[in-house]
Design a binder for this molecule. Structure first.
Ligand code: UTP
Length: 404
């Protein structure tokens, strides 16, 4: 106890022991063990701007170019799936704080007159592709300690949405502590430091550590992983044409992109950074870069990423030791106050520390930007209303002929 108190007071975080004397022996051990295991280096991270290189626009394989070769590329992708060379990774560890539901986001019912869960939209699409290929492919689902049990139970309860359960594997991502606006660590209970999932960039590290991946990889010989977000209800998973195009282009990875709808749209943009493919966050583009246009009048930095990537496992392994930058995200984090009452904030109140999958692109030796039609493939559910919301996603689902 003295040791831990000294350790914490040296960094101005001794308030974590505020309720220590009220705890029983088990709780005391739990708290001190958690404090011991926490990566306190995050306290020094995130304050400073990330250093970026020189950005330049990057082209993409356009929808016209793709359509001209669709059949041939699709066949290449389907063949790779049939050969067991493709796996899919569903990133479902986020807390969906903007949507404001306590449940895993995938359990959200996007239906209106019938029940249609977000997970169901995704699994329907996966079933469609694997039915065409004539074989299932492994699906690895990343959860976090906050939603792991509920997610697994939901899949079980829903009969894996008709997918072969032998091919569905769950793994849990790691977490990092959160800090309030004064840089102080927080308690989520008297015996627990408030933590949050460490962002979607940690997926490969967590997946590699998991036994399920080792087994699946050895038995199936997976070479490519299609990584995608849970919250795009028009997400095309293991899209054979995309897979075929990346394989055909001999790129180390691929990123699905859409043309931005406006210069200031808040999406990460695929561009070149010091001559290498990389993703610039929307706030990293200067106003000049945002509005710069090419001769044909279209935006120079026009390709926004939609969190659907194809990575080659050998390339990922090569860069596995490189640590990704930590981003601070201002979010709603529940905590207990000085009187020990649990506060569930209505507005963002604290910083989470996250690594992002988009930062992996820069580490790959090459990347094919693959343009898709946003109306057909991009319906993110981030907010309750307005932009990228339940409402806008419903409209897009209906436009795509999906009954709600
Ligand atoms: P978001 O960046 O939208 O984060 O995630 P979020 O936590 O789901 O939602 P907000 O910001 O709190 O409202 C994009 C994708 O990355 C996954 C999410 O589940 C989603 O598929 N993600 C995010 C993780 O898997 N782990 C994380 O730690 C964060």
């Amino acid at each position: 106890m003295v040791d831990i108190f000294n350790k914490l007071s040296a960094i101005g975080q001794e308030h974590l022991l505020r309720f220590y004397d009220e705890l029983d022996e088990f709780q005391k051990r739990k708290l001190t063990e958690q404090i011991d295991s926490i990566d306190l280096s995050v306290l020094d991270a995130g304050e400073c701007e990330l250093t970026r290189g020189h950005f330049e626009p990057m082209g993409a394989m356009t929808t016209e170019q793709i359509n001209a070769r669709r059949q041939e590329l699709t066949e290449t992708g389907l063949e790779a799936i049939r050969q067991g060379r493709v796996g899919a990774v569903l990133l479902a560890g986020g807390q969906g704080s903007r949507l404001g539901s306590d449940k895993p986001k995938g359990m959200f019912n996007i239906g209106v007159n019938r029940q249609l869960f977000i997970f169901e939209c995704l699994m329907n699409e996966l079933r469609r592709v694997t039915a065409t290929a004539g074989t299932p492919l492994p699906l690895f689902i990343m959860t976090s300690s906050y939603n792991d049990r509920e997610t697994r139970e939901f899949f079980e309860q829903q009969g894996y949405f008709g997918y072969d359960k032998e091919y569905v594997h769950f793994f849990v991502q790691e977490q990092l502590p959160t800090v309030d606006t004064n840089g102080r660590l927080m308690l989520s209970a008297k015996d627990t430091v408030a933590c949050a999932p460490n962002g979607n960039g940690g997926w490969y590290t967590s997946l590699r550590r998991s036994e399920v991946f080792r087994q699946a990889r050895n038995s199936a010989g997976i070479e490519w992983l299609n990584v995608f977000a849970v919250d795009n209800v028009l997400q095309k998973i293991a899209d054979p044409c995309f897979i075929g195009a990346v394989i055909d282009s001999k790129s180390a990875c691929g990123a699905k992109v859409v043309s931005k709808i406006s210069p200031d749209e808040k999406v990460g943009v695929l561009c070149l950074e010091d001559g290498r493919p990389s993703v610039a966050e929307y706030y990293e583009l200067t106003p000049e870069m945002q509005t710069e246009r090419m001769q044909d009048g279209t935006l120079s930095y026009k390709y926004g990423v939609i969190l659907n990537y194809l990575f080659n496992i050998n390339e990922l392994r090569r860069t596995a030791g490189v640590s990704l930058p930590l981003h601070r995200a201002f979010k709603k984090v529940s905590f207990i106050n000085e009187s020990g009452e649990l506060i569930r904030p209505e507005e963002p109140n604290a910083y989470k520390f996250e690594t992002l999958v988009l930062d992996l692109i820069k580490l790959q030796s090459s990347c094919l930007a693959f343009e898709v039609e946003r109306e057909k493939e991009f319906a993110p559910v981030k907010n309750k209303t307005g932009i990228d919301s339940v409402e806008s996603a419903r409209e897009l689902l209906i436009k795509n002929g999906i009954e709600l």
